[in-house]
Write a protein that binds this ligand. Structure first.
Ligand SMILES: CC(C)(COP(=O)(O)OP(=O)(O)OC[C@H]1O[C@@H](n2cnc3c(N)ncnc32)[C@H](O)[C@@H]1OP(=O)(O)O)[C@@H](O)C(=O)NCCC(=O)NCCS
Length: 329
């Protein structure tokens, strides 16, 4: 059996281990007559060390939410590695299924010296097939890492929205806004309701699926809900690290918007952060989200002037058979 055949049979073995296995393989000529086989396969637990090594040594890393989120995707089975030859990990990519409709790239890295275009071409073939199998209508990726976003743009990704960052120099702040609601720590069994609100008020490209909320709950420093007569009408979650805080999520159900609940949740969160000793708070929102931007600016948040595009590729335009495995080269 030659090397390529062995690689493919390894992939065949892995295929039987995962219900969502999607693979592709390709060869690259490095010297005349010498072809190095590359393949993409689902990451498995024993890849963790190689992935960590790659992330620590590669110059091309995209991890907008940190390593722990990539690890979570690895555990969830939504992570693939690009292997060179039979085993060496040359790249990694992880996605989040935001909703049946959208698959977002939430982690990526490629080994130094590896052509980015080849890595993107191969991982995209895998992700597009995966997305179609999930009946997703599109793939997204935040354009915060230029090495990745430039190559994705060349592969048909387009900016569909821009995300901006606001910063707030912490100072004592009074709690204001709607006083008819109570604000209390979320309980585990309430997460389903929070996920349902999230689906209602955010566009699919921004949804936080239940498993991400559950993961966030395990790590959040602050996660509260606003309730009116036992009904959850809003929620707010933030993460703190020493003197820095990040307000990750703020949302109010549609029929309660414009009644001061967002103001209440925001000022409660900022007040808690100040009490804790946080001195600098950041948050992100969409450029077009004027209700949110007005709320933040009214409370002294300053636009830090970075606008990061959200890249989108429509999967509905062309749809090869989603039940076939990809085999290139
Ligand atoms: C952005 C969002 C959280 C704001 O929440 P909200 O509850 O509607 O916010 P508020 O009611 O406190 O403020 C909204 C308006 O109501 C007014 N308001 C009405 N009653 C109020 C009260 N009792 N106290 C304070 N403000 C009140 C505010 O002055 C404000 O007016 P403005 O938009 O003209 O400045 C909410 O619109 C939302 O969930 N949107 C969808 C999700 C989202 O985009 N989240 C933010 C992403 S970063």
């Amino acid at each position: 059996m030659d090397k390529t055949s062995k690689t493919l049979s390894l992939f065949h073995l892995l295929d039987t281990l995962s219900s969502t296995v999607i693979m592709c393989s390709m060869s690259r000529t490095v010297l005349p007559g010498v072809r190095v086989p590359y393949g993409i396969r689902p990451a498995i637990a024993s890849d963790r060390g190689a992935i960590q090594y790659l992330l620590n040594h590669s110059w091309r890393v995209y991890l907008p939410a940190g390593f722990q989120w990539l690890e979570q995707r690895l555990t969830a089975g939504d992570c693939w590695v690009m292997v060179e030859g039979r085993r060496e990990v040359a790249g990694v990519v992880a996605v989040l299924r935001r909703h049946p409709e959208v698959v977002s790239i939430v982690g990526a890295a490629v080994r130094n010296g590896m052509p980015v275009a080849l890595y993107v071409e191969m991982t995209l073939a895998t992700l597009e097939l995966y997305g179609r199998r999930q009946r997703a209508c599109g793939l997204t990726c935040l354009g915060s890492a230029s090495w990745l976003s430039e190559t994705l743009s060349a592969q048909g990704f387009r900016a569909c929205e821009h995300v901006i960052t606001y910063g707030w120099q912490a100072r004592p702040i009074s709690v204001t806004g709607n006083t008819t609601v109570t604000v209390e720590p979320v309980r585990y069994h309430e997460l389903e309701a929070v996920a349902a609100i999230d689906r209602q008020i955010f566009a699919p490209v921004w949804h936080k699926p239940y498993d991400e909320l559950e993961f966030a709950l395990g790590r959040a420093d602050y996660f509260v809900v606003a309730k009116h007569e036992q009904r959850i009408v809003g929620y707010c979650w933030s993460e703190w690290s020493e003197t820095r805080g990040h307000l990750t999520r703020l949302g109010v159900v549609e029929d309660w918007q414009g009644k001061g609940v967002g103001t209440r949740l925001l000022t409660e969160a900022l007040n808690a952060m100040v009490q804790f000793g946080i001195t600098w708070v950041t948050l992100n929102t969409q450029v077009s989200n004027w209700p949110a931007r007005r709320l933040y600016e009214r409370h002294g948040f300053r636009n830090l002037g970075q606008a990061v595009p959200l890249l989108w590729k429509d999967l509905r335009a062309t749809s090869p058979n989603p039940d076939a495995s990809v085999s290139l080269g």
